[in-house]
Design a protein around this ligand. Sequence first.
Ligand SMILES: *Cc1c(COP(=O)(O)O)cnc(C)c1O
Length: 489
Amino acid sequence: MVISDLFVQQDTILKKAIEIIDSQGLGICLLVEDNHKFLRTITDGDIRRLLMRGHKLEENLSALEPSSSIWSPQDTPPAILLDLLRKNDIQQIPLLNKKGVPVDIILRKHLEDPVLLSYPHLGTFETQYVQQAFETNWVAPLGPNVEAFEEEIAAYVGSQAALAVSSGTAAIHLALEVLDIAAGDIVFCSDLTFVASVNPILYQGAIPVLIDSEPGTWNMSPAALQKAFEKYHSQNKLPKAVIVVSLYGQSADLSPIKEICDFYQVPIIEDAAESLGASYHGQKSGVIGLLGIYSFNGNKIITTSGGGMLVSNNKELIKKAQYLSTQAKDPADYYLHTRKGYNYRMSNVLAGVGRGQLKVLDERVQSRRKIFQTYQEKLHNIDCLQWMPEPKGYYSTRWLSCCVIDPQKTSLPLEVIYRQITQKGIEVRRIWKPMHAQPLFADIDYFPHSNAESVSDYLFENGLCLPSSSNMTEKQQNRVIEIISTILG
Ligand SMILES: *Cc1c(COP(=O)(O)O)cnc(C)c1O
């Protein structure tokens, strides 16, 4: 629909106004001046009342009594629009530009029934495991579900040992702790990520150095990593670890990254919070470095409502992490402590949820991949859309369907595209704002992919994540596709 299809003027006859109201199916038309400035909304009820008072179908709209209608400026955020719709008990609201001309119309039904980015999606076994925990009174932290969940995750990803903890962030923090990373140490970390990858470096008083992405995977650029190593090696300040993030369900290019890290003998911590279930040349995401972490936060591909896992083939490191995660209690009949510890363990109840979720992980991956494929197929004619690549040898979970809107091929700024989609009740997210551009990391050293190109900045400035829930219905996805086609087509 083009908004101007709804326009009528004072000299439009009632018959024509009814036709317009009926043909657009919104129950309204918009009365505008010659220069298209908005005057009021006209409903089918308004016309009916005129006819009942004896006005004829051939008469024009000047018979309408003046009335002021609700409207909102074009850049109104969706939450405020919904508030206006509800307070005034109306079903739609026109948006006006600075000149007072209607540019869009927002439907209440869209905002009241939004399509969200990523919903939790429960299977059938979660309640069974949780029930067991209640029946056996294992409601305390730890217990049989925790141990079983650790074993099941370790078996699934192909790792020797696993430790279930209260969050993915806690798992990263423990990884730094077991590697004895302390104040003043340097840690390299992916630049394009969620802040949770980097915050634990700050917890230790250590110094992050940020490494850009590369265009092929959107993950850590081996070229930028090489440059960072050369500089810090020459200053005799090698990092104590490299945190490599695998974003949006896709592994980083770990072979060359590992080669560089091995050369300098620096361990890798894989932040696979977003990529459980993905693989890289046959190996599961998260098990290629010395330590790996997963997150079971509410919006991740599987969830325990909140939780994380630390994995490693080095059982000693996991044992040490376990000790630190339970307040670092030393063996004794009483409470004996020689080192600083944390309370980071996962509860037995939540581990029950995790065990049920793990059973359906592969199904969830397939659903998300199918959602991605549907977007790709149905939006293939939108020239400015480019999808997150999946290079040969990679298997992405497509946790989120991510795309870039090529600024060379559309005149619409990303803020406008984002706003127009969200105003229709579609939850999209911008790509992570790079860490080097965060006020928190203003003074931190950053290595772009090349002197000419900062890939993370480009992805942030032009990228979007589309709704990708494994339980999204076909109808919901079609709604997203239609709106994107209208805005970008
Ligand atoms: C979600 C996430 C984390 C943190 O996981 P929590 O369980 O929320 O603490 C870490 N890194 C990345 C990249 C994430 O997306």
